[in-house]
Design a protein around this ligand. Sequence first.
Ligand SMILES: O=C(O)CCC(=O)C(=O)O
Length: 284
Amino acid sequence: MEFTPLTADQRLAFDRDGYLVIKGALPPEMVERTRTAADRLYQAGLASTGLNPAGYWYLRNCLPADDVFLELLDWPTTVPLIAQLLNHNIQMITSHLVVRPPCPEGTGHDFFQAGWHRDGGTAFFDLGEAQPRMFIKVAYWLTDLSEPGRGSIRLLRGSNDTSVSAPSDGDEENLEIRAQPGDAVLFENRTLHAVGPNLSDVTRMSVFFGYGYRWLRPMDYLAQPQDLLDRCDPIRRQLLGDCTDAMGYQIPQADDVPLEPWLADHIGKASTIDELPGRFFGTR
Ligand SMILES: O=C(O)CCC(=O)C(=O)O
């Protein structure tokens, strides 16, 4: 994997805001190829299941469905940043294709395709308010979200502080991320997010990849197909959750985490966490 350094300003912004926008993360040619794959899968999905009751379509664990997603797995402008924000001991926990066509005529500005939530399933109930940063998702935008009301993700700045509650004033369109095709946004499990209506005539296409510590369980797969793993280099195999044995998720051996020497080569240390384990400072 090619290295991109995380700047001090980017780290500060991510720690403070709970998200970070990466402009131009994908070049136009990659946007095009990813959108072509997304559209092929979307058309097939529409033909077989149609839209869900909230009016959109998604494919969980999309990675094995097209090799273009394998290229995104270790994409150089985003994934190295995630390795620096978490550490080397990570793997992909979800690959999620999300397509949001225009909402039916008459849909109000107050409609939510997805209400305000933090990610992590039952983590909030299991761990309570003081839950840590456990995973980071990167969303790649494949269509133009430069105008409001296109069903872009809404992110609440600073809500990675879990004492912050979801907004309820109804005037939340201004929290939508505005993005061009090829832009990406990184956000962590604690950051509150929601999706309002798509009132435009543009179908929103996007793909989300989540990366978390390897002691977490993946969200949308048990194991990736062996023939896929066989085609990958060691870092891709780590990111796809391959392991020498079950214990390797808790006590990794060198072969389980080739990202460890990779990160050490690039930043001079294997972990970016400076705090002592068991102590909990700031928003980390
Ligand atoms: O489609 C979106 O913008 C948001 C998806 C979402 O809520 C999630 O990934 O948890």
